[in-house]
Write a protein that binds this ligand. Sequence first.
Ligand SMILES: [Zn+2]
Length: 259
Amino acid sequence: MALGRSAAVVIGTFPLGESDSVVTFFSREHGRLRGVARAARRVRSRFAGSLELFGHGQLVFFDGGRSELVRIDHFDVTEPFAALREDLDRIAHAAWITEVVGRLTGERDRQPALYGLLVRSLRAMNAPGRAVRVAVCFGARVLDVLGQRPRLDRCVECGRAYPFPRAILAEAGLVCEPCGAGAGFVVPVSAAAVAAFARLRAARWEEAVVMPLGRADAELRAVLDAHVSRLIGQPMRSGHFLRQVAAFGRAPGRGSMDA
Ligand SMILES: [Zn+2]
C-alpha cells in the first residue's frame, strides 16, 4: 500500500456506516480524491474535527491501488477558514465553488491551476469583502482554467461582432438572437453583465475582487450558475441553497445579505 501526501482542500464529506466518513478532497498533486476516514464520527476520533468542509491542509493517505477510495491517515489543517464558516451567505457561495470544482473535474485528474484558484477563492471568501464577488471571480476564471473560456467579442454561430441586442450565453460564448432561436437551453445576458464579465477576467485577481461593477454581480452570478449547470448537465445543488439564503436575506426584519 503506497503512502501519498498532498496539500488539499475538503470539498465534500458524507457519513459511511456507523462511524466512518467518506471525504472528498481536491488536492494539488492528485486532483479530486476520495478517501475513507475510519471512525471519524466518533467523539474521540483522532481526526478531531479536522475534516470540516472547506478546510485547507496537508493530507496523508494510503492508496491500495485497487479502489478509487484511499484510506485517509491524517489531515493537518493549516487554514480552517473559520470566518467563512460563521456566515451563511459565505458558506453558500463557498459551497457553490467547491461543488463546481468537484463536479467539473474527474477523479484523480491533476489540475494545479484549478487547485490554486480554489485556495485563492476560499482565502478571499474568508476575508472581509463581498462573497458574491468572490464567487463571480471564481466562476469567470474556472472556465478559463478548464479550457471552457466563452467568447464575448462576437456571435460564436454567425461571427457577428458584439455588441448586439438580446445576447445569450451559449456554451462556447455569446450568440445573437437570430442564431439563438431554437438553440434550446441558453442564458440571456445583459450588456452590463457582458461588460462586467470581460472586465473581471481581464483584471488581476486582487483588482477583480474589489472593482466597482454596479449591479452586475447578481446577474453574473446567476448567468455563471446556469452556464456551469449546463456544462455539468444538471442543476447545481448549491445553486438552490444560494437562492434560499438570498430569499432569507430579503425577508422582512432581516438585514440585507450579499447574495
Ligand atoms: Zn449570430
